[in-house]
Design a binder for this molecule. Structure first.
Ligand code: DP6
Length: 403
């Protein structure tokens, strides 16, 4: 194996990429903050890595004197408890696999490691970078140590939502019952090829960092919100089963309605938190109202929104709706300067809007409010990068200078 061969020279390296995911049944609240065990199951759509991905290289060498970590080219704290938890768990599994003894052909577990990680999108854009980041870290470490088992349980220790980024397509994180978390895992509900007509538009409205980090916010919600308790105990179990059915049936009406309702209930629990947490802005509310006007005009659910712990909207639509809705967004939030960069990612065709549609849906345009639209679709889980020229670390184990 690559790692074993390289180990003879004292240096081994592995590079992986991992995706972002967007929840349609939200995770919000932990029953165990150390093990990152949730109070409810959740379900997400993995987004395509052609548009949004993290790349991570992990290297181990007998010449390294300390563990080191670089995020987007800058050295970061490798001692971060969540990074350490992932490292410890991967090494524990590698040791277990080797049956306690040091396999001479395998990479030594006592070597220090260097890790470099980069996103192909702005970290602060609020696009769930921690999920892709930890899924990628765990995937790269697993490759380095030659682990082949399913590792969503380890990714979960980095960030709860990261366990769902360990699979492509439609992914459920089952809350589990055991106190040690061994049954709190991600499972694929359907692969990304299951529903090819389903497309995703990310409306990036703000580059600002979110006001309250989700880790802190959700704990305050657990402590103070009776609505969250009701949601976790009663609402989510029903919704999760429904959502799985809608996905299996490729039922956009059902899928979209439930995604919107669940996003709204998550933000209602934020408002029910004391003191309240506000992730949605006036602009988010504007987009929500726009989606409802658009659906009402067509007489059924053509687009569905969902919002995480930030103001960016993620819109689901079937392929035949994308061009028209993008034009509606362009008319509702006329781009200020960079009109040519307004739509990014997958190509979007042109659409002419009828006067009735414009009159019914495009009310009071807000120029410049949406920075850009990223057009993407469901995609696969973490990938191994075979090409050594793509490693983020050089032969000296330090980050390669970026062009
Ligand atoms: C609103 O996974 O970021 O995006 O487990 O504390 O790292 P930690 O939280 P995190 O929370 C994500 C919350 C959410 C909903 C979701 O992705 O399900």
């Amino acid at each position: 194996m690559a790692a074993a061969v390289a180990a003879e020279r004292g240096l081994a390296m592995a590079t992986c990429t991992a995706p972002v995911n967007i929840a349609v049944i939200k995770y919000w609240g932990k029953r165990d903050t150390d093990l990152i065990l949730p109070i409810n199951s959740s379900l997400s759509v993995t987004l395509h890595q052609d548009q949004l991905k993290t790349t991570t290289t992990a290297a181990a060498s007998r010449d390294f004197t300390e563990d080191r970590l670089w995020l987007n080219g800058k050295e970061a704290d490798v001692g971060h408890p969540r990074v350490q938890a992932c490292l410890r768990e991967v090494r524990r599994l590698a040791r277990k696999r080797r049956g306690g003894g040091e396999d001479t052909a395998a990479l030594s577990l006592s070597y220090k490691i260097h890790i470099a990680s980069e996103n192909n999108f702005p970290t602060a854009a609020g696009l769930a970078s921690s999920a892709a980041g930890y899924a990628c870290l765990v995937s790269a470490l697993a490759r380095l140590y030659g682990l082949e088992e399913e590792l969503s349980e380890v990714a979960r220790r980095g960030s709860g939502s990261a366990c769902r980024s360990m699979f492509g397509g439609f992914v459920q994180w089952q809350r589990g019952e055991r106190p040690d978390g061994t049954d709190s895992l991600a499972l694929q509900v359907a692969p990304e090829t299951h529903w090819p007509e389903l497309h995703v538009l990310v409306l990036v409205v703000s580059g600002e960092k979110k006001p309250v980090a989700s880790t802190v916010g959700m704990q305050t919600s657990v402590e103070t919100s009776p609505l969250l308790k009701h949601r976790a105990e009663v609402v989510v179990p029903e919704r999760l089963a429904q959502m799985v059915r809608h996905i299996r049936d490729r039922d956009f009406e059902g899928f979209g309605q439930l995604a919107m309702r669940d996003s709204n209930q998550f933000h209602a629990t934020c408002l029910d938190t004391f003191p309240p947490i506000f992730y949605l802005t006036d602009l988010s509310h504007h987009i929500i109202a726009l989606a409802h006007r658009y659906n009402a005009h067509h007489g059924h659910t053509k687009v569905a929104y969902t919002f995480d712990a930030g103001p960016n909207a993620v819109i689901f639509a079937l392929a035949d709706t994308v061009a028209e809705f993008v034009e509606v967004v362009r008319r509702s939030f006329p781009p200020a300067t960079n009109g040519d960069q307004f739509v990014r990612g997958l190509p979007v065709g042109s659409a002419a809007l009828s006067q009735e549609l414009v009159a019914a849906v495009v009310t009071e345009p807000v120029p410049g409010a949406v920075q850009y639209i990223l057009h993407t679709k469901p995609g696969p889980g973490p990938q191994l990068v075979d090409d050594p020229s793509q490693h983020l670390l050089g032969a000296d184990g330090l980050p390669r200078s970026r062009a």
